[in-house]
Ligand binder design. Structure first.
Ligand code: GZL
Length: 333
């Protein structure tokens, strides 16, 4: 009897040892097994159709996209530089569709002309996210969300600063450097500013011309304005790069920017804060280019089945005087 019990105990002990090792073996398999991998285990693919490299702001936005969607981020980034041409952006979107990317990001250089290609993306079941500029109203069904600023408010804020600075009831001869023709950022910054100064009959926009958001064109157009009109009090530029070009033109004309002619702009790039510190720029309305993280979150939310707002709006501030000087060391772009 005793011998039988010993044999049974031995068999039970051996079974226990085997089951422990088998369990370990299973656990050893776990790290490479099905229990920890994501559903597909592969990166999401984002195709991003960028406008180009026309301004310091655009460069900061591109850096934000490339940093956010860098290898190891859980995304593979296919990045296209449109070189300031809408047709290049449209070609890039068609390539992304053919590559069956998981999401498309687009910074539309102008508002119009996107219906056909965005319908193709929709038909292919690829969500489109607009970044930093919008498209013609009425096409909201062709994109998931617009992630960007309120350009009308930006223009209004600059106009309100000017009215406060010059004084209500006074006069001001204003020239305007517009952004890219047809761009929502240019259209709406013009609308916001122009509408806000209507409250002041003495504030007149005597000249307004595109300088395509670039420093070089901003200088060139401002030179032509100065040659034609010796009574300019204010220049309103739709972005800092054009304002910095205008500052160069004003100085080369023997005048003091920021004093003889007030210089107002939008974006909030570091060069603008430095120009305020030098007394050559009077105000810059911030426009956030660091939109990569918001785009990544929006894509992940859509993939998780969450509903998104049609407009994911950036919160921004206006900087001038000592406030700008104090903020300069902490600026990120
Ligand atoms: C604004 C963006 C504009 C910037 C310019 O969201 O579209 O384009 O203000 C840039 O600097 O060129």
């Amino acid at each position: 009897m005793k011998k039988t019990k010993r044999t049974l105990l031995t068999i039970l002990m051996m079974a226990l040892v085997v089951s422990i090792f088998a369990g370990c073996a299973k656990n050893d398999a776990a790290p490479g097994g099905t229990t920890t991998d994501t559903a597909t285990g592969k990166d999401l693919v984002l195709g991003f159709a960028q406008i180009g490299m026309e301004s310091g702001w655009r460069g900061a936005e591109t850096d934000s996209i490339k940093e956010t969607f860098a290898p190891g981020s859980g995304f593979e980034l296919k990045f296209s530089d449109g070189q300031q041409k809408q047709e290049n952006q449209i070609k890039a979107i068609r390539t992304f569709i053919a590559q069956k990317v998981d999401a498309i990001g687009l910074a539309p250089i102008v508002e119009s002309g996107w219906e056909t290609v965005l319908q193709e993306a929709k038909d292919a079941g690829i969500p489109v996210f607009l970044l930093d500029r919008g498209i013609t109203a009425g096409n909201e069904d062709l994109y998931t969300s617009f992630i960007g600023s309120d350009f009308i408010a930006e223009g209004e804020n600059v106009a309100k600063w000017l009215i406060n600075e010059v004084g209500t009831g006074k006069t001001a001869n204003i020239v305007e450097l517009e952004g890219t023709v047809g761009a929502s950022a240019a259209n709406d910054r013009k609308k916001g500013f122009d509408d806000a100064i209507k409250a002041e009959p003495g504030f007149k926009i005597t000249k307004s011309q595109t300088a395509e958001f670039t420093l070089a064109k901003g200088k060139e157009v401002m030179e032509s304005f100065l040659k034609a009109d010796k009574t300019i009090d204010v220049v309103y530029a739709h972005n800092d790069d054009m304002a910095l070009g205008a500052i160069q033109a004003i100085e080369e004309a023997g005048l003091k920017p920021g004093t003889d002619i007030l210089v107002l702009s939008i974006d909030g790039v570091k060069g603008a804060f430095e120009a305020i510190k030098e007394g050559k720029l009077n105000v810059t309305q911030e426009c956030n280019p660091l939109l990569g993280p918001q785009l990544k979150q929006a894509i992940l939310d859509v993939k998780a089945g969450k509903a998104l707002d049609k407009w994911i709006k950036s919160d921004e501030d206006i900087y001038f005087g000592q406030k700008a000087i104090d903020a300069l060391p902490d600026r990120k772009y």
